[in-house]
Design a protein around this ligand. Structure first.
Ligand SMILES: NC(=O)c1ccc[n+]([C@@H]2O[C@H](COP(=O)([O-])OP(=O)(O)OC[C@H]3O[C@@H](n4cnc5c(N)ncnc54)[C@H](OP(=O)(O)O)[C@@H]3O)[C@@H](O)[C@H]2O)c1
Length: 281
């Protein structure tokens, strides 16, 4: 089996235009490490749903950062990631860094299959991203002035995607991270209402938080024409994963990088300064 050296051959970043992937691309590029983006809009195109696209994306690649879309919690995702890992190894790509989620049985199954695949693996098991409030499904409600979710007292230690990208970049470039599982969280567990209040303060405008029932939440997603598989996934994330199991803090960022993770207050201040959270026009 041939393995390629990171300095000569590109690192494949699956989801390289997404919330963590594009930050990893920026960091590797700043260090003159060549990258190849793995996504449907990239060239060559990579699509989890079309296995014929996997081999061209893995051609002459030194290592890969693997982010599954839409979520590792989706049934069958673990086997798909395991199949991808097997193909990567046969293509000479032995170094794989997987982004995983906390408290999701299917994600933990994907981790176990990767660990057993024979790859030189690192797993970055992350809490909810802070950037879900600014680069994902929670942005529009925040801009509209009301965020309504089926979550009341449960607390989540939101993690900054810059921290995830720093850990992933370290893992892709330093062999000391091989065989390590880093569970990464932010430094503070907060309710969604507390997070919204911090965003409101930072943005300098009222943004309300309302607790709704899972049924109301699902209805709202369906009315917004969100695809049914995403509705089911988001429902599971709120009703199953956000049941308190993930409220505890972990020190994965400190373990991997020797420094503390970024705090939500800094995230809120920096994001508000970009103007992103000004009211919807
Ligand atoms: N969001 C969170 O709070 C969180 C927390 C813990 C773990 N995670 C994990 O992070 C992973 C990514 O989730 P995310 O929400 O952060 O998404 P994301 O990385 O922001 O996803 C978007 C990226 O995926 C690509 N993509 C979309 N569909 C694809 C497909 N069928 N095949 C290949 N690439 C595709 C997009 O590019 P194209 O549109 O060009 O294809 C884009 O690069 C998930 O596995 C999830 O379990 C997320």
């Amino acid at each position: 089996m041939t393995t390629f050296r990171t300095s000569q051959f590109p690192v494949l970043i699956v989801g390289g235009t997404g919330k963590t992937g594009r930050r990893v691309v920026d960091r590797l590029t700043a260090r003159d490490i060549p990258v190849r983006i793995g996504s449907r809009s990239a060239s060559p195109s990579f699509d989890w749903e079309n296995r014929e696209t996997w081999a061209p994306a893995l051609e002459c690649v030194s290592a890969a950062y693997v982010t599954y879309y839409p979520d590792l919690a989706v049934p069958g995702a673990a086997e798909t990631v395991a199949d991808f890992a097997r193909l990567a190894i046969t293509k000479g790509v032995g170094r794989l860094v997987l982004l995983s989620g906390r408290g999701e049985p299917e994600a933990q199954r994907a981790e176990a299959l990767l660990q057993a695949s024979g790859a030189d693996w690192t797993i970055v098991r992350a809490s909810w991203f802070m950037q879900n409030f600014s680069e994902s499904m929670l942005l529009d409600p925040i801009r509209s002035g009301t965020l309504a979710l089926p979550a009341s007292t449960v607390r989540e230690p939101f993690v900054h995607t810059d921290d995830i990208a720093d850990v992933v970049t370290a893992a892709l470039t330093d062999d000391r991270h091989i065989g390590k599982l880093y569970e990464v969280t932010g430094p503070r567990a907060m309710t969604f209402a507390e997070a919204t209040a911090e965003i409101s303060r930072a943005a300098g405008r009222p943004i309300d938080y309302a607790t709704i029932t899972p049924e109301q939440f699902m209805q709202g997603l369906q009315q917004a024409a969100v695809p049914s598989e995403i509705v089911a996934l988001v429902n599971e994330l709120f009703t199953v994963v956000l049941d308190g199991r993930n409220e505890y803090l972990t020190d994965g960022v400190m373990q991997a990088l020797g420094r503390a993770p970024r705090d939500f207050t800094d995230y809120a201040r920096e994001t508000a300064a970009t103007g992103l959270w000004r009211g919807a026009a």
